[in-house]
Design a protein around this ligand. Structure first.
Ligand code: GLN
Length: 540
């Protein structure tokens, strides 16, 4: 029988519930258990695809094309749990299902209510992930206990032990224990209140994970346990990890969380096999080089807007014994100040994906600077489209070249709308989404990086490289090194007489893991490192 773990959060948001859930899943997997993961988001949007990155951070895309919460990125980076549309539910999706059922007449004349109809739908979505080949399902509830929107979800998970037995369920609650400088002590009261709120709903946490800046001491842990009705060994502290998020599992293992979960759920698990991970942590702690990459975007001040890109750069650094220092540059600022001022001295330049016109001219300037100064350049999605526009303007001489996303009437629409997007009217879930095959040109940089002729990558866009311009670009030195299987869509472009200039229409950042960095990020960081080493030797 599949066991269920529920992870809730209290006191404040942004405690790293996603990271903690992913770390727990990884530890269970490394003990030989088969795990499924899921995020339940109480907001009303059907998915985060229609939300601004300022609201929500990055939208994380899965192979099946679902646009999901960025916590699913942590799940994929830490575990091998297969993720799909059923791995992220929002209130919007749940209500949509309930309302569609009501319209089909499936409730047979009943009044449709939050309890039991909405809660039953939530329970179906949770239990639907279980099955004969799944040992544990971990469901993480977004938001904080006490949020109005979260109540139906809490009510649903409260009921699950009644359906499948208390012994098959485990509630983990994550809270904050702040240190008050003025009082010079840590405060456990907010945690007590948060657990009280949970218990009012009828949920008694089995394990408490208390987030804290520094260790809070055995006395405090004991006190929390007593007030919250949780046994002492199940109150676990999780201190801030300043070096790397990949240290989180280690802290949890040191407090015996895997053993605690295995015992409490009566799981049959093998010994912990984490050697590769621990070796990786050693490499992270002892880098031999530092390499600086500029990321030129428009949501730069939001720490999570380019989450997977920053993670992928780190992963590539791990495999080159390097620490990657990211210089975050606001594209509009770069346009104002000029690229020289902000980009001289960096070892590589990356332009990520995005939507809308703001910042585009700054991104194009950054790309011109990278191309003309032989600085390794990596463009992703909108970053590739900007690279095409830059080349059209400054090499082909089409000064007005643009994307029809920004100037619908441009004389040179080198980026234009995908044919099957032209009839689309709704915004939600209608882009070209998810995994697509791509054929690589033999001998190209892309093929060298991947080491194989056909790849699969995830997409999220409406516009494409205009095929009518293909020959002009090829004749002038921009290679199309990756195409869709039928040869129509340009998926990768490269500039040949350059140390490393490659841009992709897809999102490689969604497929990089710390122990298996993405081949293109690895290639890019290697080129940047080579430039760094050549320059530092030159100046010695
Ligand atoms: N706005 C561009 C498009 O829709 C790029 C999208 C992206 O970068 N994800 O094609």
């Amino acid at each position: 029988m599949t066991k269920h773990i529920f992870v809730t959060g209290g006191v404040v948001s942004a405690l790293g519930k996603g990271l903690t859930s992913a770390s727990i899943a990884m530890l269970l997997e490394s003990r030989g258990l088969r795990v499924q993961m899921q995020k339940l988001d109480p907001y009303i949007n059907v998915d985060p695809g229609t939300m601004s990155p300022y609201q929500h951070g990055e939208v994380y895309v899965l192979d099946d094309g679902s646009e999901t919460d960025l916590d699913l990125g942590h799940y994929e980076r830490f575990t091998n749990a297969p993720l799909s549309r059923g791995s992220n539910y929002t209130t919007g999706q749940i209500y949509l299902k309930v309302i569609e059922k009501e319209r089909r007449g499936e409730y047979l004349g009943k009044t449709v209510q939050v309890v039991p109809h909405v809660t039953n739908e939530i329970k179906n979505c949770i239990r639907g992930l279980g099955g004969p080949d799944v040992d544990v399902v971990i469901s993480e509830l977004g938001g904080t206990v006490g949020d109005i929107e979260g109540l139906p979800f809490l009510e649903a998970i409260r009921q699950i032990p009644l359906d499948i037995g208390k012994e098959n369920c485990l509630f983990i609650h994550l809270t904050l224990v702040p240190y008050l400088k003025a009082a010079r002590e840590v405060k456990t009261k907010p945690t007590q209140h948060s657990v009280q709120q949970l218990r009012e709903i009828g949920i008694q946490p089995d394990i408490l994970i208390v987030r804290c800046e520094k260790p809070i001491g055995a006395d405090n842990l004991e006190k929390i346990g007593m007030f919250c009705n949780v046994e002492k060994r199940a109150v676990i502290e999780e201190t801030d990890k300043t070096l790397s998020i990949y240290e989180v599992p280690q802290g949890l293992v040191e407090h015996g969380i895997d053993q605690l979960i295995v015992q409490k759920l009566g799981l049959k698990a093998g010994p912990l096999a984490m050697d590769d991970w621990w070796n990786m942590l050693n490499r992270i702690r002892n880098p031999e080089h530092e390499v600086t990459i500029a990321v030129v975007g428009k949501y730069i001040e939001h720490k999570d807007a380019y989450k997977s890109i920053y993670e992928s750069l780190d992963h590539a650094g791990f495999s080159h014994a390097s620490r990657v220092i990211v210089k975050r540059i606001e594209a509009e600022e770069l346009y104002e100040a000029g690229p020289e001022k902000l980009l001289s001295g960096v070892d590589g330049i990356l332009v990520p994906g995005g939507f809308g016109m703001r910042g585009v001219e700054g991104k194009i300037e950054a790309i011109r600077y990278a191309r003309q100064h032989d600085i390794p350049f990596f463009g992703i999605c909108l970053g590739m489209q900007c690279a095409v526009i830059e080349f059209a303007r400054n090499v082909l001489g089409h000064e007005e070249a643009n994307s029809t996303e920004f100037v619908a009437t441009t004389n040179h629409p080198v980026i234009c709308m995908l044919e099957d997007q032209k009839s689309v009217t709704h915004k939600g879930g209608t882009m070209r989404l998810g995994a697509q095959l791509c054929h690589l040109e033999a001998g190209s940089e892309a093929e060298k990086c991947y080491g194989k002729p056909v790849i699969s990558e995830r997409h999220r866009h409406r516009y494409e490289f205009n095929p009518e311009y293909k020959q002009q670009f090829v004749d002038a030195g921009m290679k199309i090194s990756g195409t869709s299987p039928n040869g129509t869509l340009a998926e990768i472009v490269e500039v040949s007489d350059h140390p490393w200039f490659l841009a992709v229409q897809f999102h490689p950042e969604f497929k990089s893991k710390p122990l298996s960095p993405h081949p293109l990020f690895r290639g890019f960081v290697e080129a940047a490192l080579n430039r760094h080493l050549a320059r530092t030797h030159a100046t010695v």
